[in-house]
Write a protein that binds this ligand. Structure first.
Ligand SMILES: [Zn+2]
Length: 463
């Protein structure tokens, strides 16, 4: 059994007022809410650090499973109840601990928000204390962990937000949030940007919805809605014994972003080439422009970002391509239920000596490979429980996929065969096999998984 999670982002429409976005008051209310919650979180972080012993308290409980009394550390829920009893004025506890009256400092903060910041504070305080304990044990002088910060994206539990999706038109959607406008807490409607795909995603029965997070950025405000799903997947060890096993191997490259080969009974039964549609060239041109602008403007001003829009555009291009390729891979996997997805273990690729823009472009091409790998395994696992295996990448692009001998790569230039390291074609001098180099590599990923040719399993070192 496994669990898949995904996050659906819901953009709050906060454009200019005359362009149909929310007005300035609504924007200010969001900022004020995040700010007051940060202060409330800081209060509880201080509180828990002052009572650090309580966080490590051991409690006794009766274990139904082992039929005996056992000991464990205090749970977050128990800490929450305890913290509320100490800091919040109620009829049962009219006098909170001296100096720690939350009700006095933050009157009428909704209790749901209070609980969410207490949970955040417990996590932050605990992680700080364990890091500090580790640092003290190591005896190092440097690297003392700093006190935990109070800022975080607020979690919206049930009762502080509601999505209003009932209206007939797709374009008109609102999210109701409980926000602080500087004086009081009230419900405010925020228009949201959403499409029919978004709605399908959010109301998908098979995915369980969790509490959304409010992410406030300089340019935008978003609600991040996490969803999770239980997945049953077979162990790779068991799948490997299956004679009818289908394997889907991926070779990630620059021009051919992915070459997908599907193999069953030792035969390649399907091949899909995913090209980048000129992404590499386009990105290179953007980066060259940035490099030129940087060179013209000289030393960068400290604390100031330049070329923000171009950088954002490049990041979006990469992200978009990664999701698209990953979706194609996941769709291929979905056609073969019970298949295993194979990737090469990603190598650290050194960016050699080249111009600034070329080096920046190589770096982003490598990032893209990592992203495709990550997204494809997430999507394939969530869609049909496909498990991913990373195989030994040794020589996948250098060896012949037909006979297993060392071959060479070449390209055609002006009608002549020219032997180059990164040639588009592969040639084997032993069996005279000539084939697309990326396809050859993809088939070799299959060989590597089945430990064929020179990809023999290494004996485990003992001791
Ligand atoms: Zn060969």
């Amino acid at each position: 059994m496994g669990q898949a999670t995904r996050t659906t982002k819901l953009l709050l429409h906060l454009g200019k007022r005359d362009q149909g976005g929310a007005n300035a008051d609504k924007q200010a209310a969001l900022t004020a809410t995040v700010e007051i919650l940060n202060r409330a979180r800081a209060f509880y972080i201080d509180f828990f650090l002052a009572y650090a012993d309580k966080l490590a308290e051991r409690v006794h409980y009766y274990s139904e499973e082992h039929l005996e009394m056992r000991e464990r550390t205090i749970s977050a829920n128990e800490l929450l109840t305890w913290a509320e009893a100490c800091t919040v004025e109620t009829e049962a506890h009219p006098h909170p601990s001296s100096g720690w009256s939350f009700s006095e400092r933050f009157p009428d903060l909704p209790f749901i928000y209070r609980r969410s910041v207490i949970k955040d504070a417990i996590g932050k305080a605990r992680s700080y204390l364990s890091h500090r304990a580790q640092w003290e044990k190591s005896g190092k002088k440097k690297g003392k962990p700093g006190l935990p910060g109070n800022s975080d994206h607020p979690t919206l539990y049930q009762g502080t937000y509601s999505l209003q999706m009932e209206s007939a038109e797709v374009k008109q959607r609102f999210v109701r949030l409980k926000v602080y406008d500087g004086k009081a807490w009230r419900w405010v409607n925020y228009p949201v940007v959403c499409s029919r795909y978004f709605e399908q995603r959010l109301h998908d029965e098979t995915w369980e919805q969790q509490s959304p997070i409010l992410v406030l950025r300089a340019q935008s405000a978003e609600l991040h809605v996490p969803q999770s799903k239980k997945i049953t997947a077979k162990k790779v060890k068991d799948s490997k014994l299956d004679a009818d096993l289908v394997t889907v191997a991926i070779d990630l490259n620059v021009r051919n972003l992915a070459v997908i080969t599907v193999r069953q009974h030792g035969i390649i039964i399907e091949t899909v080439f995913v090209t980048d549609h000129g992404l590499d060239q386009l990105r290179y041109r953007h980066l060259r422009r940035i490099a030129k602008k940087q060179w013209l403007s000289g030393k960068p001003v400290k604390g100031e970002h330049s070329n923000q829009q171009l950088w954002r555009h490049i990041d979006h291009m990469n992200e978009d391509a990664a999701h698209k390729v990953a979706r194609i891979i996941a769709n291929v996997c979905a056609r073969y239920p019970g298949c295993v997805l194979l990737f090469e273990r990603l190598r650290k690729i050194r960016v050699g000596r080249a111009s600034t823009s070329r080096r920046m472009n190589r770096k982003r091409a490598n990032q893209l490979r990592g992203k495709i790998n990550q997204y494809a395994r997430e999507k394939a696992f969530a869609a049909c429980g496909t498990v991913t295996v990373e195989v030994n990448p040794h020589g996948t692009s250098q060896y012949c996929s037909r006979c297993g001998q060392l071959g060479e790569r070449f390209s055609f230039q002006h009608g002549k065969r020219i032997r180059v390291k990164w040639g588009k074609l592969f040639w084997c001098p032993h069996c005279h096999y000539e084939v697309n180099a990326d396809w050859n590599a993809s088939v070799n990923v299959q060989h590597s998984f089945f430990s064929e040719f020179h990809w023999q399993p290494r004996f485990k070192r003992s001791g």
